[in-house]
Design a protein around this ligand. Sequence first.
Ligand SMILES: Cc1cc2nc3c(=O)[nH]c(=O)nc-3n(C[C@H](O)[C@H](O)[C@H](O)COP(=O)(O)O)c2cc1C
Length: 369
Amino acid sequence: MLKTNFLGIELNNPVIVAAGPWNMDGANLHDSIAAGAGAVVTESIVSDTMIDVGPRIACDENGAQNIRLYSDIQIEGWEREMEIAKSDGGVVIGSISAHSPSELAYLASKLEKYGADAIELSVSNPMLESLEVVASHADVIYEMTKAVVSAVRIPVMVKLSQNTTNISKVAKAVKEAGGSGVSAINTVRGILGVDLEQARPMLSTYGGVSGDYIRPMALASVATIAQTVDIPISGIGGISSGRHALEFMMLGASTVQVGTAVMLQGKKVIRTIVDEMQEWMEANGEKDPQKICGRALSNLKSFDEMRYEPFVSTVIGVPCEEHCDRCVETCMYKAIAKAGKTVHVDRTNCTGCGLCTFICPAKKLSLGL
Ligand SMILES: Cc1cc2nc3c(=O)[nH]c(=O)nc-3n(C[C@H](O)[C@H](O)[C@H](O)COP(=O)(O)O)c2cc1C
């Protein structure tokens, strides 16, 4: 039921394991495939491997910050790793990163030779400032994409960054250069937090933030690309459940990628995400994931298209059995009162902001005209 086609490649399902150290070598890629992924992306491969600093990964309950650089394995070593990764079949996408188009073309042609099914250009590393800048230069991305597209026959996608002023312009450049698709987003430059007692940031330099923290930005990036450029999109950022994956698909992604959830929960989360997607589709009579792709976009307007509507909150059903006053305490318009188990909305004060409908744990409030 979840079988799909992405960039001309048949996938068992749309859930791809993203580039990162959980896919650092052939054995890990093989495990990700065995855990149920529709495809896997290698950790980014570079020409000159660099020594990692430590500590380099911090996390909390909402996500992670990392300063891990790239694959430790030289490009030649990937011949053997690809063999291991693909030993039981499975789709492997080779992620590469470099500063020059010719270097990228070289890495891509090597990986094609080693059996990669597609290439992902990772051009948006939030630790290396020069690459972070590249991510917003459509002309540079055009040259990089064109060089790689000319060097290989397999599909090429480009991984975009949210840290750019115009993600659509960059996605258009990828399409014009012959790229088959884009993935979005990479991690977002940030600092996870500060240990107050030691006066020390969690990691000792700025890093890439991932996980729940970045899902809203990632959803917006995917929707923006989908509304402006006709190109297949792989949605990435904070996906840890089937519902998250489907949200990205409804906003225009045809596949999704999962990184931090695999890092923090282990590879079993891949099967959970796939199963949850399948359950939702069965329960909703859906048979083809591609039919879901972009379905929510017609309900996503630009702010200029929004019309004034005199919404007010209405209480759905009494009594309210919740032992909380959150609707009353958080109503900025002083429109909600509670007496015992009865909630009352003063329609003259309510301006239809909608906050209470999200705040109420029992979903007792809804907006209506
Ligand atoms: C520890 C770590 C290492 C990563 N390494 C790479 C990498 O080598 N290449 C790349 O393109 N993205 C890399 N990423 C970014 C992820 O592939 C993904 O785009 C990002 O983390 C957002 O998705 P997530 O919230 O599901 O993790 C890395 C992320 C983390 C957390």
